[in-house]
Design a protein around this ligand. Sequence first.
Ligand SMILES: Cc1ncc(COP(=O)(O)O)c(C=O)c1O
Length: 354
Amino acid sequence: MSNNMRDCLRKSVLDMTAYTPGEQPQEGSVIKLNTNENPYPPSPKVVEAIKNALTSDRLRKYPDPLGTKFRNAASVALGIDPDSILIGNGSDDILTILTRAFVPESGLIVSATPSYLLYKTLSEIQNARIELVPFTNTWQLPQAWPYPGANLTFLANPNSPSGTLVEAPEIDNLGQLLKGPLVIDEAYGDFARHNAMGRFQKGAQPEGIVITRTMSKSYALAGIRFGFAVANPSLIRELIKVKDSYNCDALSLEAATAAISDQVYLKDTVAKIINTRNRMFLELGKLGFKVTPSEANFLWCTHEKHSPEFLYLELKKSNILVRLMRYPGHEGIRITVGSDSEIDLLLQVLRKLV
Ligand SMILES: Cc1ncc(COP(=O)(O)O)c(C=O)c1O
């Protein structure tokens, strides 16, 4: 690209720092505990559904723009109105749609910090302002929320990188204060003690709250790219105007529909991951790690003797990838809960290291 064309880019794009996703090595055998993927395969019904779609007329035709089959299946699985569901190409797509729809140029996005770094990137693309409100020492929200007038407020719950959960009354308090919508990003909601989906069940249609979910983590479909939002149907109708018409392809729609319909498989996988998480928590503690109790499929840790960078680099030498994360005042490693054998290997390497 010539310099001239570069000069034609919007200033906010030129000025922004790109979002850096976790490392995604495409070759070699690495124990990948850095981007919170599920160590187990998706439901066998997903593979079957994709195979069926391949042998049909599905690829030749455009997919259903609204994802009606998925919405109906999710409605049954979650006990919510199908019209309260918006489909997305991963929940990142949903977060982008929400930002485009609610945040004007120079508008205000607010999030608690440390949290999901994409919220900042979205504000930069939109040429909006972002204010980051520190969590309390116990990873809850401050008593007085300083930005009630935000155009959009993001709360990852459970939060990443901490894995902690803000309790329901605190969410209610925050929701009541805010003028704009509160987006509860429940990418890890299936691993937690509670989530906000009950607010949309039994015909309830709350205003002011949008829940976002992903199929990447608990449903083991990170490679498929599918997420969704749940909000008041009147809001969903407006958000549909903002999304790409065909933001979800035919195969991802089939896969996501099969996955969400298999709640027995989901619960089984989640239970296995929670068991391993509890074991990891205890074992890492014995090795001198300070581990934050987690309600997600990862653990946020620091070590009493070794720096996070040292641990990250040493584990990498042993072919184990974890995520090194640095925020103002917070630095640590985030370790995804892998399979039992992966975690046995991790612990074996760490025992020699620390
Ligand atoms: C808090 C949070 N929200 C959303 C996402 C995005 O998930 P996806 O785009 O894979 O659906 C992630 C992924 O790591 C996340 O950690």
